[in-house]
Write a protein that binds this ligand. Structure first.
Ligand code: IPM
Ligand code: MG
Length: 402
């Protein structure tokens, strides 16, 4: 291909991406309503197992969730559905990030509890299809990836609001190999996309009496996209001054350092950030809480919401026969977020309390990811016993006053 042809091809490709984003912006401008869960009967919870350790930890999380919603399941207010087919084998066979029939089943539910799914990369054993996570977030427009991390004994109480439908991700499978020498990826941030996630972060701060929201960017270098995100944060912040909420901005590099600084880190409370930075920073944060196996995440959109672990499918654990030792806490934490989202905040609090007592404080059983520790099933039984015991809140008080 001549140089001119290659340039033309690249321009056409870029032109298509720009048109698609323009259409997306128009759709976002029209968005107005949110699902009202209290008016749904039944609220349908779809459970997707995923790959690797996914099935194992999903089953444990579903057991906990069913326990917390026992009455509602019995009286028909809540219904569970198992959604098969989001496996890497099926996705690879159909060469689709989410096969059509699976997507249909997902959309027929109101909320989804999803186990981790394997994301192929060029050169591995699978066709290089798009990540099921990224596809689901885009298809259901789950724009807010909310990831709380708490270490009560150290005063850490963070909530990350990661933008979930833009940034480097949404066009991550739409990059361009211009020729044998040049590859270009695209990153997009729109005014509407930035605004909706930033607003959610500020609303969370306001609702919880938090006085600071931190935007995390690299706007000094990535000037257009991060620059837009940064300006949107500053603009929206002005609306929240009257609630005494201040806004500041940190660059992603120094932010990753500050999360490790015991003297400063507990001062951060709410962080709002573009997609890729959010991906990276929340793994670091989760590690501080006890490992990625302890962290859950909510993917919230106006119509649907999906709840998942923040980590991947850990195929190595399965290969080594260690999947029964995988920590289900991440998915159980996601289940607590699901409970809160569909209108059961007290039960969500109780479940989170139990996770902290069992996972951080009492630790009668420890999960180590191998046979030196408890299995996921044993841990789940321990957790349910604590929930039923009646001494949960006194233990938690003891813990947090240490
Ligand atoms: C996450 C995961 C995903 C992501 C992968 C599986 C695509 O790391 O939820 O953080 O990068 O978003
Ligand atoms: Mg990640």
């Amino acid at each position: 291909m001549s140089e001119n042809d290659r340039v033309q091809k690249a321009m056409q490709h870029f032109g298509r991406l720009v048109s698609e984003q323009m259409e997306r912006v128009e759709r976002m401008k029209k968005d107005d309503s949110w699902t009202e869960y209290s008016s749904l009967r039944p609220v349908r919870i779809g459970v997707c197992w995923g790959d690797g350790i996914g099935k194992m930890i999903s089953v444990h999380a579903e057991r906990v969730l069913r326990h917390m919603l026992k009455d509602e399941v019995e009286n028909g207010k809540v219904e569970f559905r198992t959604i098969q087919g989001l496996t890497i084998e099926n996705r690879a066979a159909q060469k689709k990030a989410i096969p059509d029939d699976v997507l249909e089943e997902i959309k027929a539910c109101h909320v989804i509890l999803k186990g981790p799914t394997t994301t192929p990369q060029a050169g591995d054993e699978w066709p290089n299809i798009e990540s099921a996570n990224v596809a689901m977030r885009r298809e259901l427009d789950l724009f807010a990836n909310v990831r709380p991390v708490k270490v009560p004994s150290e005063g850490i109480d963070w909530c990350f609001f990661r933008e979930n439908t833009e940034g480097a991700y949404v066009l991550g499978s739409r990059g361009l190999d211009v020729d044998d020498d040049i590859s270009i990826d695209f990153k997009v941030i729109t005014e509407q996309g930035a605004e909706r996630i930033i607003r959610m972060a500020f609303e969370y701060a306001r609702a919880n009496g938090i006085k600071r929201v931190t935007a995390v960017t690299k706007a000094n270098v990535v000037k257009s996209t991060d620059g837009r995100f940064s300006r949107a944060a500053a603009r929206i912040a002005r609306e929240y001054e009257k609630y005494g909420i201040e806004q500041d901005e940190w660059y992603i590099d120094i932010m990753t350092a500050k999360l490790l600084d015991p003297a400063r880190r507990k001062d951060f409370r709410v962080m709002v950030l573009p997609n890729l930075y959010g991906d990276i920073l929340t793994d670091e944060a989760a590690q501080i809480q006890g490992g990625v196996g302890t962290a859950g995440s909510a993917n919230i959109g106006r119509r649907w919401a999906m709840f998942e672990a923040i980590h991947g499918s850990a195929p190595r654990m399965v290969k080594e026969g260690r999947d029964i030792y995988a920590d289900p806490s991440s998915m159980i934490r996601a289940s607590a977020m699901l409970l809160r989202h569909i209108g059961f905040p007290e039960r969500a609090d109780k479940l989170e309390m139990a996770l902290e007592v069992c996972g951080q404080f009492e630790r009668k059983l420890k999960i180590t990811g191998r046979d030196t520790g408890a299995t996921g099933e044993e841990f789940t039984t321990y957790l349910l016993d604590e929930i039923n015991s009646g001494s949960l809140s006194s233990k938690w008080n003891e813990f947090t006053q240490k």
